[in-house]
Structures are given as C-alpha cells and as structure tokens.
Design a protein around this ligand. Structure first.
Ligand code: SAH
Ligand code: SF4
Length: 349
C-alpha cells in the first residue's frame, strides 16, 4: 500500500478512535474488506467495571496469547481523565505490600499493547460521550446545536500514568517506544508533560528518562526513609540501595530541573511514625523545592494495616513543618480492586 494509506489508518486508530477496519472512511470498501481478518487492536476487552464516587473505570484486557492485564481510568472532577496503564503482565519486584508483586512476572508488554490500553480507554470515553448525546437527542427529538461529528473535548484522555501492573523500567525499550507513539503528533499526540512514569527505583531507567524523555514526569515509589526499612518491604533496595537511588534522583534533578514525586504508602507500625517523617524530610535536604511527597493510603492486600487518619495527618504535618510539599492521594476504584497496588489477575484461562 502507498504510505498515505498507513497515515489514514493511523489517523482512524489514534485520533478518530474507530474500532474496526470497516470504519476507516478514507479507505475504499475493497481495502477495508482485505484487512477484515486482521486484528484491529492487539488487546480485546474482557470486562469493564465502573464506580461512581469518585468515578473510575477498570478494564480487563486479554492479550493475543491469552493473558489478562488491567487498566484504570480516573475521572477527576475538574474534567481531567487519567488513564493508568500496565507495562508488564505481573511484576518481578515482589514489594511486600503490592498485589501485583504476588503474581510474579509473566512477560513484558509490547509498546503496541501499552498504547492500545490508552487508545481503547479513549475510545470508551468517546462512546460514553456519544451515548449521552444520543439520550439528549431522543429527549429533545432533534439533534442538539453544535453536537454533531466526533466530540472529543469532554471525553478525552488528558493524562497517562505508568502506575498499573508492572515495573516500567524493567521493560524500558517498549515503554520508551510507547511514549514516542503516545506523544507523536501523527499518532496519539499527547504532550509529554501529561505523562508520568512511576518506578520502584531502577536507577538505569531514571538515567535513561532524563536523557530520552526529560519532559515526562518521574515518580519514585519510595515507601521508606532508610535503607534498612526499605529493603525489608522492597527487595529492589538490595540491588539499588537508597543512597544510590537518591544520587540518581539528584542527577536527574540537575539535568532536568523537573519536580520529582515521591510516593509513600503509610503502613501502620512499619513506616508511619513521626520519626520516620523526620527521616524522610532529611532525604530531601538540599533540593526540597524539587521534591513532592504523595502519601498513599494502603489498600488492603492482606499483609499490613493502613495507618489511622489521625496518624496520617501527623505524618503530613511533620513534612509540612520541614518545608516539603506534600499531598494525600485520593483513592479511586477501591471497591472494584482498581486502586494502587490492587491490580492482579487470577490464573489466566
Ligand atoms: N512498579 C511501579 C509502578 C506501579 S505504581 C512502582 O512500583 O512504582 C503503583 C503505586 O502503588 C506504587 O507507588 C506502589 O508502590 C503503590 N502500591 C503498591 N501496593 C499498594 C497498596 N497495597 N496500597 C497502596 N499503594 C500501593
Ligand atoms: Fe512491582 Fe510496583 Fe508492585 Fe513493587 S509496587 S511489586 S515494583 S508493581
């Protein structure tokens, strides 16, 4: 096929978000029919679960080789829609508090499989918007003013976070390729500043991010302020000790001048004392203006207990007093097991 045919197909897939070859209106009937037996998307939707308050959607997708992965969309009150994508089937890192960690690793996802999670989530949001439109249409008995044609503004994906299943920097080639596709104006075309990668602390990936995609946001799953405590709950700390990790972060800050987010899940009696908060503040001393701490509620996976609300506030206050910018993360989708650390699929059929 001539190159412009590929461009037309890419436009239909990434931007018009159509769900089949048959809907590429710029192609002849014959061309569409010729492709009818090839897969349009690398992933197939298995189930879609929704919550209302706060609104979130969890997709279970099946890969061509029969594995299941999960993707979550968080619909924020300010109109942003954040899609949380998986980068691997399972995860090899074995963090003690994380359900994905208990699955072990099945395989890396390809760049196409990572991107398709975003495209399918965007397609779903677009269909939601259209179904609302068609209800309005039925009630009013006429097509509402200015409401024809594909209508992306309200139902579009505004942010992408690599915070689903898997450790993105254990699959760096496919993850960086997916970022290239997601940010390319000819393809999905989202600004790199709207994309965030979360890592448990793979130093080589942090270095590569600074060089290859400095506009993409970096989040570090820190979860402990000392090496001793960290290696008890995160085995990765043995391979990449805390001092080496913090040196890599410092280097990243010097190169990019971007703020780094540190995620910290509060586990009762493990890492949630006020002394722990002081130790945490000590880690950021000379570049505290570029560090942001995000305190996460522990979502039950059976091993630990979540910190009480009163304790979480005390922890937050210590950090504030030390001049560190700190927020508490709102939990999305806990009741459909879509919250941080809850994504895990049972044995695949
Ligand atoms: N593997 C990457 C990406 C996953 S992001 C990473 O670990 O950073 C998912 C976030 O949720 C991480 O910060 C992870 O540490 C955190 N998390 C894992 N289990 C959790 C749980 N049970 N409750 C709350 N947060 C959890
Ligand atoms: Fe893997 Fe991240 Fe879960 Fe740790 S927290 S097991 S790195 S997905």
């Amino acid at each position: 096929m001539p190159a412009y045919r590929l461009k037309q197909a890419m436009r239909s897939y990434y931007q018009e978000l159509v769900d089949d070859w048959a809907d590429i209106t710029t192609w002849s009937e014959k061309l569409r029919a010729d492709c009818a037996n090839s897969a349009w998307s690398p992933l197939t939707v298995k189930t879609v679960l929704q919550t209302q308050d706060p609104p979130s959607v969890k997709f279970a997708f099946q890969t061509a080789d029969g594995l299941t992965i999960e993707t979550v969309v968080m619909r924020h009150a300010d109109g942003r829609n954040t899609v949380c994508v998986s980068s691997q089937v399972g995860c090899a890192m074995g963090c003690a508090f994380c359900a994905t960690g208990t699955m072990g690793i099945k395989r890396n996802l390809t760049a196409e499989e990572i991107v398709d999670q975003v495209v399918q989530a965007a397609r779903w949001l677009k269909i939601q918007k259209m179904s609302i439109k068609s209800q309005v249409y039925q009630v009013a008995g006429q097509r509402p003013e200015g409401h024809d044609g594909p209508d992306r503004p309200e139902g579009r994906i505004t942010n992408i976070v690599f915070m689903g299943m898997g450790e993105p920097f254990n699959n760096p080639d496919e993850v960086f390729e997916s970022i290239r596709i997601l940010t390319s104006p000819d393809m999905f075309g989202l600004g790199a500043r709207h994309i965030s990668i979360s890592t448990c602390g793979i130093v080589t990936g942090i270095q590569r991010l600074a060089e290859e995609a400095p506009q993409v946001n970096l989040a570090i799953s820190l979860h402990a302020p000392t090496q001793e405590m960290r290696q008890q709950i995160m085995p990765v700390a043995k391979a990449y000790p805390l001092d080496r990790l913090m040196r890599a972060v410092r280097k990243y800050l010097e190169l990019t001048h971007r703020k780094v987010m540190f995620e910290y899940v509060l586990l009762e009696g493990v890492n949630d004392s006020q002394d722990d908060a002081e130790d945490l503040a000590d880690l950021f001393n000379e570049y505290r203006h570029l560090a942001h701490v995000n305190l996460i509620n522990y979502h039950q996976t059976g091993v630990f207990k979540p910190t009480s609300e009163a304790n979480a506030k005390k922890f937050q206050n210590v950090l504030r007093r030390r001049g560190i910018s700190v927020t508490r993360r709102i939990s999305f989708g806990e009741e459909i097991r879509a919250a941080c650390g809850q994504l895990a699929t049972r044995e695949t059929e």
